[in-house]
Write a protein that binds this ligand. Structure first.
Ligand code: COA
Length: 693
C-alpha cells in the first residue's frame, strides 16, 4: 500500500504503477495455473556457456574463460552463493528474471527508441484516392481498437496456445494488458515502465491524434457512449482542419521523445516546470494510444521505404515529429497509404503486437465501414489541442533532437526482401524445423559476408511460464559452423558423396538449433540465467564476478546478428534496427510458400551492408534448397534432379541413410518419435530442476 501511495505521488496523482513493482501474487498467469519459470542448474548453464563461446573465441581467450568458469563454479564458490540467492528469489516472485530482464533489455538502455529499440509493423500499401480516404481508414481502425480493447477489458481474449515446437501449451497473457494502459517514462539513469492500475482507476477513454506535429485529445467515450465510426471520422476531420489552419502552430515537441533516453528525461523535466506542459504530458501518457495522421512522404513506396518511414518517420522534415515514442502503440496512417504500427517494446513482445494488429486488420476487412448507418452523437465537442510552453532551452533541445533523428534516418540501411522460391512447406517436407533452417541460412549468409561466425541472438518466447517474456537461442552453434565451412570450402563441383556429407552436416546443424530452441522455450537457456547471476551479485553489492568481466562474456553479448521470427497470418511484416552499431537486425516472416526478410544495419559501419547480406542470404537459401533436392530421398524430387554428376536415386538414399545412422542419435526413429523424445527429455530436465527447488 505504501508503495502504491508513493507511486501515486510520483506520477502526479495518477494511479500508475511501475510494472516491475506490481504484486505478482494476484497475477492472472498464476490464476491460470501456469508454472513458474524454472531456474537451470548452475553447472548446466556454465557447460553450455563454454560450448556456445568456444568457436567464437581465440584459443587463448577460451583457455582463460575456461579457468574463470571453473573458479566460478567451484564448490563453495561465488557461483553457488549467487545460485542459492536466485533460488530464493524464484520462491518469492512470479518470475525470477522479469525485473532483471526488463531493466537490462530496455529500461537501463539509453539509446534512442526509434530504429534502435522500437519495432514496427508495416501494413500493406493502402490505396487512398483522396485525403478523406486516409481519415476513413483511421476511423475504421480506431473502431477496431475500441472493439479489441473491450475484449481485453472483459478478459474475453482467448488464451494463446503455443504452436510449432512444444505445441499446445497455454501461454501467459499478461503482456496484452499493457497494450493500451502503459507508457515508458524516461529517467536520467533508468526509465520506468508505468502501467495503469486498472483495479484502482478506470481505463483511459481518450486517444491522442498527432497531425502535423500537433497533438489532439480524441475522447472516444462521450456522454457514456462509445463514439461510432462516423463520429470518429467527424472528429478526425475537425482535427485535420485545426492542424492545417496554421494558427497557433506549436513546436514539434514529439521530436524530444525520439532522442536518447537521458536527453529526453532532461528535456521532460524542463517541460514539467510549466503547468500547461504537465497537463499535455499527462494527457498523452495516460492515453490509450496514438493515431498519427502522417503527411505523404514521397513518391516511391517500396516495402523497404515504408519500413524505413515506419521506423523513423522520415526525420523532422517528414513525420518524425508526429510521434510520441514513449507510448506502446502508435498507429500510423499516412495520406499516401503508408500505414502501420510503431511499438514501444518494453511492455510486450512482437508476437503480442502481431496478435493485436491482426485482429484490427481482420476487423477492418471483415467488418465493413459503418460510416453511413450509425447514428451520431449530436454536437460533439471539438477535440482539444494540447498546448506547450516551450522555453528557448526546449526549442534548442528540439532542434538537437531533430538533428540526431536526421542522423539516424541517414544511417539506417534497410532492405526488405520477399523470398519467393520456397517457404516453410518445402522445409517441413525435408522433415526439418523451418525456423532452424532459416537460422542456419542466416549463419551462412553472415559467414559469406564476413568470413566468420559471430554471437547471435534469436528471441525465444518463455510465455509458457508466469510473466514469461523471452530468452535467447544462441544460433551460432558449432554444428552450424561445421556445415557452413563445408558449404564455403571453395570446392565448386561437389560430388554427390560430398553433398551427402554436407546434407548430414546440415541436419546436424538443424538438430542442434532445434534442441537449443526447445531448451530456450522450456526456460532452460543460458542468457537469462547468466543475467540473473550477474544482477543478483550487484544487488548483494559484491564485486562484479570475474566471469562477467571476461572478454568472452562481452563478446558473447555483443550481438552482431540480432534475429527474430515474427510470423503473421495477415499480409504485413515486422522490422526493427540492429542492436549494435556494427551489426544486423534480421526479422523474418515465414509463410507457406515464401519468406519475408527485413534486414537492417547502419551505413556508418564500414563492416555492414544490408543489400550484401540479403544477396548472400538468397544465395544460401538457394544452395540449401539445391542440397536438399540433390540428396532427397523423395522420388518426386529425385526425378527432378538434373546434371551429369548425379548418381541413381537408390544409391543416394542408401548412402544418406548410412551416414545419417552414423551421426544421428535419433537414428531409426520417425520424426514424430524424435520430436517426442526431445520434448520429453526437455520436460524431464525442467521437471528435475523444479523438483530440486
Ligand atoms: N518436420 C516437419 N515439420 C516441422 C519440423 C520437422 N522436423 N519441425 C517443426 N515443424 C513444423 C512445426 O510443427 C510447425 O508447424 P505449424 O506451422 O503447423 O505450426 C512449423 O514447422 C514451425 O515450427 P518451427 O519452424 O520449428 O518453429 P516454431 O514455430 O516452433 O518457432 C520460435 C520457433 C523460437 C520462433 C518460437 O518458439 C518462438 O519462441 N517464437 C516467439 C519469437 C518472438 O518472441 N518473436 C518476437 C520477438 S519481439
Amino acid at each position: 500500500m505504501l508503495l502504491c501511495v508513493i507511486n501515486i505521488l510520483a506520477n502526479h496523482l495518477h494511479l500508475n504503477m511501475p510494472v516491475q513493482d506490481q504484486d505478482s501474487s494476484k497475477d492472472a498467469a498464476e490464476e491460470n495455473g501456469l508454472p513458474k519459470l524454472p531456474l537451470p542448474d548452475l553447472k548446466d548453464t556454465l557447460d553450455m556457456y563454454l560450448r556456445c563461446v568456444k568457436h567464437l573465441l581465440t584459443e587463448e581467450q577460451f583457455n582463460k574463460t575456461q579457468k574463470i568458469v571453473k573458479q566460478f563454479e567451484a564448490p563453495g564458490g561465488v557461483g553457488e552463493l549467487l545460485q542459492s540467492k536466485l533460488v530464493e528469489k524464484r520462491e518469492k516472485t512470479a518470475n525470477w528474471v522479469f525485473d532483471y530482464w526488463l531493466n537490462d533489455m530496455y529500461l537501463n538502455n539509453r539509446v534512442a527508441l526509434p530504429v534502435n529499440s522500437s519495432p514496427v509493423m508495416v501494413f500493406p500499401q493502402q490505396n487512398f484516392r483522396a485525403p478523406i480516404d486516409s481519415l476513413k481508414f483511421a476511423a475504421h481502425l480506431i473502431s477496431g481498437v475500441l472493439e479489441y480493447k473491450a475484449l481485453l477489458d472483459a478478459h474475453d481474449l482467448p488464451v494463446d496456445c503455443a504452436r510449432g515446437q512444444l505445441a499446445g501449451t497455454p501461454l501467459c497473457m499478461e503482456q496484452y494488458h499493457r497494450l493500451f494502459t502503459s507508457h515508458r517514462l524516461p529517467g536520467l539513469e533508468k526509465d520506468t515502465l508505468v502501467a495503469l492500475e486498472s483495479s484502482m482507476m478506470p481505463d483511459p477513454e481518450h486517444m491522442i491524434v498527432a497531425c502535423k506535429n500537433q497533438f489532439f485529445v480524441l475522447n472516444v467515450v462521450i456522454n457514456f457512449c462509445r463514439l461510432n465510426e462516423r463520429d470518429l471520422l467527424i472528429q478526425l476531420e475537425k482535427i485535420k482542419k485545426m492542424a492545417e489552419s496554421g494558427e497557433d502552430r506549436l513546436p514539434p515537441v514529439g521530436l524530444l521523445t525520439s532522442d536518447g533516453r537521458t536527453e529526453w528525461a532532461e528535456a521532460r523535466s524542463i517541460l514539467m516546470r510549466e503547468s500547461i506542459n504537465r497537463d499535455s504530458l499527462d494527457m498523452i501518457e495516460r492515453s490509450m494510444c496514438l493515431v498519427c495522421l502522417d503527411e505523404a512522404s514521397g513518391p516511391e513506396l517500396s516495402d523497404t521505404t515504408r519500413a524505413m518511414l515506419m521506423l523513423h518517420g522520415g526525420g523532422a522534415a517528414k513525420n518524425g515529429g508526429n510521434r510520441w515514442y514513449d507510448k506502446p502503440m502508435q498507429f500510423v496512417v499516412g495520406e499516401d497509404g503508408c500505414c502501420g504500427v510503431v511499438c514501444e517494446h518494453s511492455p510486450f513482445e512482437g508476437i503480442v503486437l502481431v496478435q493485436c494488429t491482426e485482429y484490427l486488420l481482420k476487423y477492418m476487412i471483415g467488418s465493413p465501414s459503418k460510416l453511413v448507418r450509425a447514428a451520431s452523437v449530436s454536437k460533439l465537442p471539438a477535440p482539444r489541442k494540447l498546448h506547450w510552453k516551450c522555453s528557448p532551452e526546449i526549442q534548442k533541445r528540439i532542434s538537437s533532437s531533430a538533428d540526431k533523428l536526421q542522423r539516424l534516418v541517414k544511417n539506417l540501411d534497410m532492405n526488405v526482401h520477399k523470398f519467393c522460391d520456397y517457404g516453410k512447406e518445402f522445409i517441413k517436407k525435408q522433415k526439418m524445423s523451418p525456423d532452424a533452417f532459416i537460422q542456419v541460412a542466416l549463419q551462412l549468409a553472415y559467414y559469406r559476408c564476413h568470413g566468420r561466425m559471430v554471437s547471435t541472438y534469436e528471441s525465444a518466447s518463455t510465455r509458457r511460464f508466469q510473466k514469461g517474456r523471452v530468452d535467447n537461442i544462441r544460433s551460432a552453434t558449432p554444428e552450424a559452423l561445421a556445415f557452413i565451412r563445408a558449404m564455403t570450402d571453395g570446392k565448386l563441383n561437389s560430388s554427390l558423396l560430398q553433398n551427402i556429407e554436407k546434407m548430414r552436416m546440415l541436419r546436424e546443424a538443424i538438430t542442434a538449433q532445434t534442441n537449443y530452441t526447445v531448451l530456450a522455450i522450456s526456460g532452460m537457456a543460458i542468457d537469462n540465467h547468466l543475467l540473473g547471476l550477474r544482477e543478483i551479485a550487484q544487488e548483494m553489492k559484491m564485486e562484479k564476478p570475474e566471469i562477467f568481466k571476461d572478454a568472452a562474456y562481452l563478446i558473447s553479448n555483443h550481438f552482431l546478428l540480432s534475429t527474430s521470427q515474427v510470423p503473421t497470418t495477415v499480409e504485413m511484416f515486422c522490422c526493427y534496427g540492429p542492436v549494435v552499431q556494427n551489426g544486423y537486425g534480421v526479422c523474418y516472416n515465414p509463410q507457406s510458400d515464401h519468406i519475408i526478410f527485413s534486414v537492417s544495419s547502419f551505413h556508418e559501419s564500414p563492416e555492414t551492408c544490408s543489400a550484401e547480406f540479403v544477396k548472400h542470404l538468397l544465395q544460401g537459401l538457394q544452395d540449401m534448397m539445391d542440397l536438399c533436392n540433390e540428396c532427397s530421398t523423395d522420388p518426386n524430387t529425385a526425378e527432378r534432379r538434373k546434371g551429369p554428376t548425379l548418381e541413381p536415386h537408390s544409391q543416394a538414399s542408401q548412402l544418406e541413410k548410412t551416414l545419417q545412422r552414423e551421426s544421428d542419435p535419433t537414428k531409426g526413429k520417425s520424426p514424430a518419435q524424435t520430436n517426442v523424445q526431445i520434448q520429453s527429455q526437455s520436460s524431464a530436465k525442467v521437471k528435475k530442476n523444479n523438483e530440486k527447488k
